[in-house]
Write a protein that binds this ligand. Structure first.
Ligand code: AHR
Length: 520
């Protein structure tokens, strides 16, 4: 009997230490601080001719689950509900061998080509018009990336004319003859992809060559449509490359591309979080580079015949996500189909907090990729389901407000520099709603957190109206066709006029706190 009591007592103590321990954190928000617009384009997505992302993912002409355009209806619904504002296409590395002219006109006449980069065959039935149509269906702006390796500068210019031309000229007329009378109005264009990558099939791995070729391509494209916005290839692992591109091309560079893949070196949760944390350093380096550039371009020679960049140069994180090779769980082409678990969803939240905090320098971001490959949505011939990472991707888009609000977070650490509480705040244009996104990244500790608002001066009514909590049974839990492990809890709260709130966040949770205020 004594032994039994002792056993229960020890168990009680252990449980208290590991599961119930409550730690303290403090969040302060000063409403006098300047807020910064969060670009809506920061919540974009990316698709590429890689494995089953496009063919067999979003597009499958032979499936009974597809509509008459060949779009998988179940997948389309999930992509629509992601509410992405921007979709990048056709790659990625594949851009270096992709010829856009293969993907226009009657589908049966389109050439089939070997996908020299990722393997398999591209029948080109999903081409420019289908991509634009898909963007319309999901409510996203199209973002096209040109092939500067095996297509010519003239091809890039023709693509702009085919998409945006309004005159009585060859490529505009060809588009019309394909059934698209109105121009596609594609505003966002990338010049190449990771052109510095030595093993790739590109030809401009020397930065000066990249600059020389890009200048010519951009001139020809902008002469077709001066309103397009240009993304150029930067590199956060080679700052000299980025510096050179910015200093020689800032007049025509709207966005400088960097790719942020978390590639944890082992399968530990903290390694995953640290791999996201280190992007703070990369962003700071990129910030130092782009902040040297004048926000307005002066003295741009008239004889370019198109206007220069008109807004401050921003960073485009046009591929980001989690490439968890060390999990050993990937399948499909290049093992890029991962079962993302709840720890990955928390890491996505950490990425998005980072993006919101750096709203002043990030102009757009597109998660790589969308279906099957490194993806929030998995499809088979029989159906599809949403992975854990779908939850934060969707929720941040749904709940965040349009402007970021500086926030000070005092939190205990999981380990070196890794805060347990990772939070950001955003505020609506009319200043009537504040949203705080709070991640409790501890695996097993509740965190009691004081949230303190400073300078609420004329606000008479202030309330925490709604709390949305996402959690899961364990860090390694994954969604499958049969079950969705993500639990969503909504707590409506009573009106009150407090300026200080005390809340306890459960372990491994993503939380959105919606505050409403008015001066009536
Ligand atoms: O997203 C997969 C690949 O990762 C892309 O093709 C390439 O740009 C990046 O290295």
């Amino acid at each position: 009997m004594k032994k039994c009591l002792l056993f229960f007592f020890i168990q009680f103590i252990v449980l208290n230490i590991y599961c119930q321990e409550i730690r303290d954190a403090k969040i302060s928000i000063d409403l006098n601080q300047e807020s910064e617009k969060i670009s809506p384009l920061v919540y974009g997505q990316f698709i590429e001719f890689l494995g089953r992302c496009i063919d067999g993912g979003i597009y499958d002409e032979n499936s009974t689950l597809s509509n008459e355009q060949g779009f998988r209806k179940d997948v389309l619904r999930s992509v629509q509900e992601l509410k992405t504002p921007l979709l990048r296409f056709p790659g990625g590395t594949v851009v270096k061998i992709y010829h856009w002219k293969d993907g226009i006109g009657k589908k049966t006449d389109r050439p089939k080509r070997k996908n020299l980069i990722w393997g398999g065959i591209m029948d080109n039935h999903f081409g420019t018009a289908e991509f634009v149509q898909y963007c319309r269906e999901i409510g996203a702006e199209p973002f096209l990336v040109v092939n500067m390796s095996t297509d010519s500068p003239n091809d890039a210019s023709d693509w702009v004319e085919y998409c945006n031309g309004t005159g009585d000229t060859y490529w505009s007329n060809l588009r019309r003859s394909h059934g698209y009378i109105e121009p596609f109005n594609v505003k966002y264009w990338g010049i190449g992809n990771e052109e510095y990558a030595k093993p790739d099939a590109g030809k401009d791995q020397n930065v000066n060559k990249y600059i020389e070729d890009s200048w010519q391509i951009i001139k020809l494209m902008k002469l077709q449509d001066p309103g397009i916005k240009i993304t150029l290839v930067g590199n956060c692992d080679d700052l000299a490359w980025s510096r050179e591109v910015v200093s020689q091309m800032h007049q025509v560079c709207d966005f400088l591309s960097v790719h942020f893949y978390s590639m944890p070196g082992d399968s530990k949760y903290t390694t995953l979080l640290q791999s996201v944390e280190q992007f703070n350093i990369r962003l700071d380096s990129m910030k130092a580079i782009i902040n040297k550039v004048p926000s307005k371009v002066k003295d741009f020679p008239f004889f370019y015949r198109f206007p220069p960049r008109s807004e401050p140069l921003k960073i485009a994180i046009d591929e980001w996500g989690i490439w968890d090779i060390k999990s050993g769980k990937g399948t499909g082409t290049y093992n890029l189909e991962y079962p993302y678990n709840w720890s990955h969803a928390l890491a996505v939240g950490k990425f998005l907090n980072l993006f919101q905090r750096n709203a002043d320098i990030i102009g757009l971001a597109t998660w790589a990729q969308t279906v099957n490959v490194l993806a929030p949505i998995i499809s088979t011939e029989a159906g599809s389901f949403r992975q854990t990472v779908y939850t934060p991707l969707q929720a941040y888009r749904q709940y965040s407000q349009k402007n970021n609000l500086p926030i000070v977070v005092n939190s205990p650490e999981i380990e070196n520099k890794l805060k347990i509480i990772d939070a950001t705040a955003s505020i609506s244009d009319d200043k009537k709603e504040i949203v705080i996104a709070v991640l409790n990244l501890s695996e097993n500790k509740h965190v009691k957190t004081t949230i303190n608002f400073i300078n609420l001066k004329n606000i008479r009514k202030f309330k925490l109206e709604n709390q949305i909590i996402y959690s899961a049974p364990s860090l390694d839990a994954t969604n499958t066709f049969k079950k969705d492990i993500v639990k969503e809890t909504q707590i409506k709260s009573e009106i009150n006029s407090k300026k200080e709130f005390e809340l306890t966040f459960q372990p491994a949770s993503i939380n959105f706190l919606i505050f409403k205020m008015s001066d009536e």
